[in-house]
Each structure stands twice: as structure tokens, then as C-alpha cells.
Design a protein around this ligand. Structure first.
Ligand code: C5P
Length: 214
């Protein structure tokens, strides 16, 4: 499968639909976050699936275990491919989330990149997530290698903060698509570099070409 996940950070159904159709040769998974989900909910998921593509539902579940378990069941019933939970929800929450039958892939947020932390804490939470049956974590490009060496190659790492060319924006810990994939990222999450480009199809194609042989 194509390793680029497009962060569908547009807040209008028609714009989202155009991106899904236009980028379809280069992107297989589309990330839907809370804002788009609150606006278009089920329709956006259906539209992505109807176009033969997969949904990464990035709602970062963090609640009492029984509620997160039911949220995972609901996401499964909507037909999502993967979703996020917060590792800080703890062992019981993570285990109940992963116990759901025929569930989507579950990726854990270790520590939000907006919070101060240490590599040791990120690895501690990644290991906890793995021990609870979680499929992988969301990680900055800088932590991919440490997580892989501590949690094993099979434990997936999904990496935002991807910049094909250097730009000044709010992402501090960035990497190019090639360096993130070479470091071991199973998926890279790209938003603005594609969505805000003059020609999104061309940027997506270039990213696709740059990592397809890696
Ligand atoms: O536009 P950009 O490429 O920075 O988008 C990255 C996407 O990944 C956004 O949807 C952002 O919310 C998300 N994300 C992130 N850093 C994290 C977790 C998620 O940038 N640690």
C-alpha cells in the first residue's frame, strides 16, 4: 500500500471530495480529524470508502475504558481503517480498545508534540501501547528509530511533520518523506504541503515517486 496518508484538513465536503478523487493515484489513506468529522461525520467516511480508499479516523480517544471500547466498535461499524487513542488513557483503556473484534487498526498517541517530554517517556508509552495490543504509534520523525529499536520492526510508526521542502510553519521537528521512510516510518502523514500547494496532484505525485522504491 501507498505509504502517504493525506491529512484531509479542509472543512468543506466538496473540497474533501475533490482531493480524494484528484489524489487517488497517489494516496490510499485519508486522515479525518475532529473538525471535518463534526461537520460531515458519516458522509465523509462513506465518500472516502465509496472512492475505494481508506479512512484514518484521528479523533484521539481518551475516556473511561468502556466508552473507548464502544467508540472503537462504532468506528469499526462506520468502516474506518485505522483510528487513534491516547496512550495516557492507561493499560485498562488500551486493552479494552484492542479487544474489540474485527476492529480497525489502532495507533496510539504517545505524548502530544505540543507537550514537553523526553525520548524515554515516548518509548515507555510506546512499549505500554504495544504490550496492550496496539498496532503502532504516531511519532515525530526524530523518534522513529528509537521506537523501532525498542518495540520491534512490526510495531507501526506513523509520522506527521513531513516537509518535502523546508518551509517556515508550526511544525518544528520535520523530515522529508524520503528520510522518514528510510528511518522506518510505515506511513507518513502529509497535510499542508499537498493541500495548500498550487498543484496538489503534482506534489502528491512527487512524494509518491520519491518513496515508492524505498
Ligand atoms: O499540514 P501538516 O502536514 O503539518 O499536517 C499534519 C497532520 O498531522 C495534521 O492533521 C496534524 O493535526 C497531525 N498531527 C501532527 N502532529 C502530531 C499529531 C498529528 O501534525 N503529533
Amino acid at each position: 500500500m501507498n505509504k502517504t496518508i493525506l491529512a484531509l484538513d479542509v472543512f468543506d465536503f466538496k473540497k474533501a471530495e475533490k482531493l480524494v478523487k484528484d489524489l487517488s493515484p497517489y494516496i490510499d489513506v485519508f486522515k479525518v480529524g475532529p473538525i471535518l468529522f463534526l461537520q460531515s461525520g458519516k458522509e465523509i467516511i462513506k465518500m472516502i470508502n465509496d472512492n475505494g480508499k481508506k479512512v484514518f479516523l484521528d479523533l484521539k480517544f481518551h475516556d473511561i475504558p468502556a466508552t473507548v471500547q464502544r467508540a472503537v466498535q462504532s468506528a469499526r461499524d462506520l468502516g474506518v481503517y485505522s483510528l487513534t487513542v491516547h496512550s495516557c488513557g492507561g493499560e485498562e483503556m488500551l486493552k479494552l480498545a484492542t479487544s474489540v473484534e474485527n476492529r480497525p487498526k489502532i495507533w496510539a498517541v504517545t505524548v502530544l508534540t505540543s507537550q514537553v517530554t523526553t525520548p524515554e517517556e515516548v518509548v515507555r508509552r510506546a512499549k505500554l501501547a504495544k504490550d496492550c495490543g496496539v498496532d503502532g504509534v504516531i511519532s515525530s520523525p526524530l523518534e522513529i528509530e528509537t521506537i523501532k529499536s525498542n518495540c520491534g520492526k512490526e510495531f507501526e510508526v506513523v509520522t506527521p511533520g513531513i516537509r518535502p521542502v523546508k518551509v517556515a510553519d508550526d511544525q518544528k521537528r520535520v523530515a522529508t518523506p524520503e528520510s522518514a521512510v528510510k528511518a522506518g516510518a510505515d506511513f507518513i502523514v502529509v497535510g499542508r504541503p499537498i493541500i495548500q500547494a498550487e498543484n496538489p496532484v503534482e506534489v502528491a505525485k512527487n512524494i509518491y515517486e520519491s518513496i515508492k522504491e524505498l
